[in-house]
Write a protein that binds this ligand. Structure first.
Ligand SMILES: Nc1ncnc2c1ncn2[C@@H]1O[C@H](COP(=O)(O)OP(=O)(O)OP(=O)(O)O)[C@@H](O)[C@H]1O
Ligand SMILES: [Mg+2]
Length: 305
C-alpha cells in the first residue's frame, strides 16, 4: 500500500496581474502512516495552498505531491474519488438546509437515495446537528454553517480527508464533537490532514505534526519528538512581570500579554520558584507544550530583546 501523502520539492507561485507570490517555496515531507497529520504554521505560510495542490485544485510549479501514490497532476481524475475536503472559508448555499447539503452531496457522488439519506442522517447525528439540520442556512449562525461544510466532507467515504481549519469559529462543545468525529475516522483507518491554529486541538488529535514557515516545510514529528528537539524542557510563566533581564540567565524569555514566559530547564526551576516566592509573584511552571514548540520554531519575531 502506498503511503498516504508525499510532497517532494513542491513549489507553488501565484501570479496575479504581473505580481508573483511564492506561497510554497519547498515542501518536502511524507506522511508514512495513516492517522491524523496536522500541518501548522503562521498565517500565510502556505498551508491552504498545499491543501489546494493536494486536492487537485492547483497545479505545482515544481516538484510533486502524491496522495496514496497517485500524482496530483497525472492521476487527477482517479485521485478526486479518493479525497474529501473541508475548504478554508467555504460557505453553504443560503436557501438549502444542512441536511439537503449533505444529502445532495451524496447523490452527486453517485450514491443511491437510500444510502444518501442514511449517510446524511448518520453524519448529522455524529456532529450533533439535529436541532438545525432542517433550517435554511441563511438563518443559521456562522458556526452552524461551518459545521455544515464539515458534515459534507465527513459524509463521504474516502481514504483521506483534508480538513483546512475545520473547527474555526466553533464553540468548545461543538469543537469536541468534531474532534470525536475525527478520532472515529482515524480509528477506522482513515488518513486526515488537518490544519488548525488551535494548537491544543493539534496536540490532542495528531499522530504527527508538520511545521511550515514562509513557504518552507521545516520540521515534522510526534509532539514528544518535537518537544525533545528543543533546547529547553520547562515553561515558566510569570504574571505581571515585565523585567526580563534578570531571567535571561536561565534561558529564553518572551513577553506575553499578561507578563512573561521563560523557556528553561528543570534544574533552574527551584531557584526561580524560591526567588518569586520571596517576591510574592504569581508563577506557573509546566512542561514545554506545543505552543512553545511552535513559538520556538516559527515565532522568531515576537522574541523580546
Ligand atoms: N489566490 C492567491 N493569489 C495570490 N496570492 C495568494 C493567493 N492565495 C494565497 N496567496 C498568498 O500565498 C501565501 C500563502 O497563503 P496560504 O493561504 O497558503 O496561507 P495559510 O498558511 O493557509 O494561511 P492562514 O493560516 O492564514 O490560512 C500568502 O502569502 C498569501 O498571501
Ligand atoms: Mg489557510
Amino acid at each position: 500500500m502506498p503511503i498516504p501523502l508525499e510532497s517532494n520539492s513542491l513549489k507553488k507561485i501565484y501570479r496575479n496581474r504581473g505580481r508573483t507570490t511564492t506561497a510554497i517555496n519547498n515542501f518536502t515531507f511524507s506522511v508514512k502512516d495513516k492517522g491524523v497529520f496536522s500541518l501548522l504554521g503562521r498565517n500565510g505560510s502556505g498551508k491552504t495552498t498545499f491543501v489546494k495542490v493536494s486536492t487537485t485544485q492547483l497545479t505545482p510549479d515544481e516538484g510533486y505531491v502524491k496522495v496514496f501514490g497517485k500524482d496530483v497532476v497525472s492521476d487527477e481524475k482517479e485521485l478526486r474519488h479518493m479525497i474529501s475536503l473541508v475548504p478554508q472559508e467555504s460557505r453553504p448555499f443560503p436557501h438549502m438546509n444542512p441536511y439537503e447539503h449533505v444529502y445532495l452531496f451524496q447523490k452527486m457522488n453517485g450514491n443511491s437515495r437510500e444510502e444518501s439519506k442514511d449517510r446524511a442522517e448518520s453524519v448529522i447525528g455524529l456532529l450533533g446537528m439535529e436541532d438545525f439540520a432542517k433550517v435554511e442556512c441563511v438563518n443559521l449562525s456562522g458556526g452552524q454553517k461551518q459545521l455544515t461544510m464539515v458534515a459534507m466532507a465527513l459524509s463521504l467515504d474516502t481514504q483521506i480527508y483534508f480538513l483546512d481549519e475545520p473547527t474555526i469559529g466553533l464553540d468548545i462543545i461543538t469543537r469536541k464533537r468534531v474532534w470525536n468525529a475525527i478520532n472515529k475516522y482515524r480509528n477506522a483507518g482513515k488518513s486526515i490532514l488537518l490544519t488548525t491554529h488551535y494548537l491544543d486541538e493539534a496536540a490532542i488529535l495528531s499522530d504527527e505534526i508538520g511545521i511550515v514557515s514562509h513557504g518552507n516545510f521545516i520540521k515534522q514529528g510526534t509532539l514528544d519528538e518535537l518537544r525533545s528537539g528543543l533546547e529547553y524542557d520547562t515553561r515558566v510563566a510569570l504574571r505581571g512581570r515585565t523585567d526580563i533581564k534578570e531571567f535571561e540567565q536561565y534561558g529564553r524569555v518572551f513577553s506575553d500579554e499578561s507578563g512573561m514566559v521563560l523557556f528553561t530547564n528543570q534544574e533552574n526551576v527551584e531557584k526561580i520558584l524560591s526567588d518569586s516566592f520571596v517576591r510574592k509573584e504569581r508563577i506557573e511552571v509546566g512542561p514545554i507544550g506545543l505552543d512553545d514548540v511552535f513559538i520556538s520554531l516559527v515565532g522568531e519575531d515576537i522574541e523580546v530583546d
